[in-house]
Design a protein around this ligand. Structure first.
Ligand code: KG4
Ligand code: ZN
Length: 335
């Protein structure tokens, strides 16, 4: 049975994973350099790239060991790696390492789009899920609603015209004096706040499926300047309600116009408690399955890259060794 090594280095996480052809995850190792970036309030590309250089070897060796493979001569069938989108310096580290491993072990290497990788996360928990699938992919860098007719057959129905949902969380958290990345802390605070404390607009109420978060961001800044006495938990709850209202409103519209068997969440913001609860409710209302992968599979990891790599290898074959990093690789341009 084919076994594939996945490598992911598009941002601050150095990740490696071994996945079988039936999408069973044999190992998944993630080493983050976030501690080096926190005080800067965002990921510093140069620091991220350097951290990958020192971490990639040990992370790959650990993933192979945990999968019961010999790190010097593993019985693998291919190496998959994120080629974009992402930070160019970080992508190049993973890509160069993947090519070197593939050459040394005499196996094919396959370049994977990071966003397509995120779309494979729900399959790691439910390999036999029914298609078509409507996926809300929300992370620190991207926010989109994607219709998948089958594995790797995706159409972007709508996407953000400005900030990503996670980016909006991080920026508002920063404005409120919270740490980076701010999504998890905002989510925690929101759970004990009152969502009606601040009156915030719900953006993008038109009939299309695009998203926008910059107006909401400005509204929160203005509202907190005007009402300085509103508690932090209430600001977080009001913001979270407005973000979820917009996202779920658009998913609802997509469900009304596209017949699907299930809805899924992917990307780091998929860890959000209100979004998970809201999407489950919508799925029940429309009588479709809901796929909410564990947080560790929603945030950046290499198991999803390996899963997407297995698929790309089957349908498109191996990649050329002269393929370079593609920092702006759009999902619509895959394969
Ligand atoms: O997918 P991811 O790990 O990295 C990117 O590819 O961007 O997503 C990270 C993003 C950050 O913006 C972070 O604040 C956000 O996901 N995030 C959350 C939560 N957990 C992580 N946002 C809202 N609620 C959460 N619980
Ligand atoms: Zn990501």
């Amino acid at each position: 049975m084919p076994v594939i090594l996945g490598i992911e280095t598009s941002c601050d996480d150095t990740a490696a994973a071994v996945v079988d052809a039936d999408l069973h995850v044999r190992s998944s190792v993630i080493e983050s350099s976030m501690d080096q970036h926190r005080s800067f309030g965002g990921v510093v590309p140069e620091l991220a790239g350097r951290a990958h250089v020192t971490t990639i070897g040990p992370v790959v060796a650990r993933a192979l060991e945990l999968a019961g493979l010999d790190p010097t001569n593993p019985a693998l069938d291919a190496v998959a790696v994120t080629a974009g989108p992402g930070l160019i310096g970080s992508l190049l580290v993973g890509l160069s390492a993947a090519k070197a491993y593939a050459l040394a072990w005499g196996v094919p290497f396959v370049a994977v789009n990071h966003l397509e990788g995120h779309l494979f996360a729900p399959l790691l928990e439910a390999p036999d899920l029914e298609w078509p699938l409507l996926t809300l992919l929300v992370s620190g860098g991207h926010s989109m609603i994607v219709l998948q007719r089958g594995p790797g057959e995706h159409v972007v129905l709508g996407e953000t015209i400005d900030d990503a949902a996670g980016e909006a969380y991080d920026k508002i958290a920063r404005w409120l004096g919270l740490g980076y990345p701010g999504g998890p802390e905002m989510d925690r605070l929101a759970q004990s706040g009152t969502a009606t404390a601040l009156k915030l607009p719900v953006s993008m109420t038109g009939s299309d499926l695009d998203l926008s978060f910059s107006g909401l961001k400005t509204a929160v800044v203005r509202a907190t300047q005007k009402h300085r006495d509103v508690a932090l938990v209430d600001v977080a709850a009001s913001f979270q309600a407005a973000v979820c209202e917009q996202l779920l409103r658009k998913v609802r519209r997509a469900l009304e116009t596209h017949e699907v068997a299930g809805v899924a969440l992917a990307g780091g913001v998929a860890a959000n408690s209100a979004l998970r609860a809201g999407l489950s409710r919508l799925a029940r209302e429309f009588g479709v399955e809901s796929h909410l992968p564990a947080t560790v599979m929603c945030t950046d990891n290499a198991a999803m890259i390996a899963a997407a790599g297995l698929h790309r290898l089957r349908v498109s074959g191996p990649s050329d060794f002269d393929l370079s990093a593609r920092p702006n690789w759009q999902l619509a341009d895959v394969p």
